[in-house]
Ligand binder design. Structure first.
Ligand code: NDP
Length: 449
């Protein structure tokens, strides 16, 4: 938490006043600035020339209309966003989210987090994020295509290989990226593969990009457990969500000897004490785009489907929340600690409330934040950009090897930075400080821009 006496407090207050009602953005800024006072004490020059104020103000925020026609011939209107938050280290980079909850504050929180996450990868990437308040659930493939085309009809003027490179996020997977890349190509008459990542292999995508966030999370987690002499083998895990991040986290955990017993979607969760059958989850979610309740229907009475409780009531030793922000509350944290949790890594962006994080830290649970744990997705997007620029295609194994090295480096950087600043084992401070230093130095070297 922020020390009231330090010089960051007035900056934080000013940010709250200038960004009224953007509660997720406030939460993210509070968390990052809350870690910075030891760095500013050692390096007061990082606060010179209003560097922190500039860091918390996006370079550019674009809000636009997305008109499109549904299958009944009705005109629908959604709102689109792209926030180009900081390009000191490279072109802005961050995903697009299609979900009815999307608003400017959520996109700003995600874009702000992305700056530090991208810095932690050590790659030349700035931070940004975008999306729309469009709900893809229940929409036909044709409707999704028309929506993506209309979205890109505006977005294409603001992005580019050297400016801003979007990717997927909640509600945006390979299919949607394909529709958007198709529309970009049509509008610009350029086969500019470096303009978007998460493409399929036919259009310059990278092997392992689909798996990268989930696999990367597990590589990080494994290394974190090892710092206390634990291993993954034999652990009992819960992974919330059943989308891209959750599916490939579960798949990798299972391959390393973990029993994953529960996962969820926004309607409810399943508990399979025999261990989740990940191929069945993939079939239900990726092929049939159906609800997780289907899993219980197909498996019969050995599986419980629960719609009126929290998934975190189920006892486990490790947890990787991988659905959405603030999905895990203080009550959930208390229950998890009581039930014997030893470690939690955030697969999603900011899935734990600040109160929940505090409870984990007080209880001595190993805890790592999303900006470190889920950085494998953007890191592999950077590998996709490298392959596009050199017109190469690496094998799955080469790409996954690169990913695992990057995740181990991110882990070690966070761990060592926390030690260096006298907060051993505090991955939140380690990630925020290490990411901040890299961005601050890049910003300083560019002058006041
Ligand atoms: P997907 O759209 O593939 O899956 C999201 C999952 O979370 C779905 O199971 C969805 O259920 C569930 N979910 C979404 N909103 C809610 C909600 N309000 N309450 C409960 N469950 C919800 O998204 P991703 O897997 O790509 O993203 C998950 C998280 O990981 C997000 O925080 C994202 O920002 C983060 N992330 C993703 C990366 C990537 O490479 N994809 C990279 C880094 C971070 P339902 O189908 O019912 O909506």
């Amino acid at each position: 938490m922020l020390n009231n006496k330090n010089k960051l407090t007035p900056i934080l207050n000013q940010i709250m006043q200038r960004n009224v009602g953007e509660k997720e953005f406030h939460q993210a800024v509070h968390e990052v600035l809350g870690s910075l006072s030891p760095v500013i004490t050692r390096h007061p020059e990082y606060a010179d020339d209003a560097l922190i104020e500039r860091l918390c103000e996006p370079e550019r925020q674009i809000i636009f209309r997305i008109p499109w026609i549904d299958d009944n011939g009705q005109v629908c209107v959604n709102r689109g966003f792209r926030v180009q938050f900081n390009s000191a280290l490279g072109p802005c980079k961050g995903g697009l989210r299609f979900h009815p909850s999307v608003n400017l504050g959520i996109i700003k929180f995600l874009g702000f987090e992305q700056i530090f996450k991208n810095a932690l990868t050590g790659m030349p990437l700035g931070g940004g994020k975008g999306g729309a308040d469009f709900d893809p659930r229940g929409r036909s493939a044709r409707e999704i295509m028309r929506f993506c085309q209309s979205f890109m009809s505006e977005l294409h003027r603001h992005i580019g290989e050297y400016t801003d490179v979007p990717a997927g996020d909640i509600g945006v997977g390979g299919r949607e990226i394909g529709y958007m890349f198709g529309q970009f190509k049509r509008l610009t008459n350029r086969y500019e593969t470096g303009v978007i990542t998460g493409k399929d292999l036919l259009h310059g995508g990278s092997h392992a990009r689909t798996e990268a966030t989930g696999y990367g999370a597990v590589y990080f987690f494994e290394r974190m457990l090892a710092t206390r002499g634990h291993s993954l083998e034999g652990q009992r895990a819960i992974v919330s969500g059943s989308g891209n991040v959750a599916i490939y986290t579960i798949q990798k955990l299972i391959s390393l000897g973990v029993k994953v017993i529960a996962c969820s979607d926004s309607n409810g969760f399943i508990v399979d004490e025999a261990g989740i059958d990940i191929d069945l989850v993939r079939k239900i979610k990726e092929q049939h785009r159906s609800r997780i309740s289907e899993y219980a229907k197909l498996k019969g009475s050995s599986v419980k489907y629960v719609a009126d409780r929290s998934i975190w009531d189920v006892p486990c030793t490790i947890a990787i929340p991988s659905a959405t922000q603030n999905e895990l509350t203080d009550d959930d944290a208390r229950t998890l600690v009581k039930n014997g949790l030893i470690a939690l890594g955030e697969g999603a962006n900011m899935p734990c409330t600040p109160e929940a994080v505090h409870i984990f830290q007080e209880a001595g649970v190993l805890f790592a934040p999303g900006k470190a744990v889920n950085a494998g997705g953007v890191a592999t997007s950077a590998l996709e950009m490298q392959q596009n620029a050199s017109r190469e295609r690496w094998t799955f194994e080469e790409t996954e090897n690169n990913l695992s090295k990057i995740m181990h480096n991110i882990h070690d950087l966070c761990y060592e930075t926390a030690e260096k600043y006298d907060m051993p084992g505090n991955y939140i401070s380690g990630a925020n400080i290490a990411g901040f230093i890299r961005v601050a130095e890049a910003m300083q070297a560019l002058g006041v821009v």
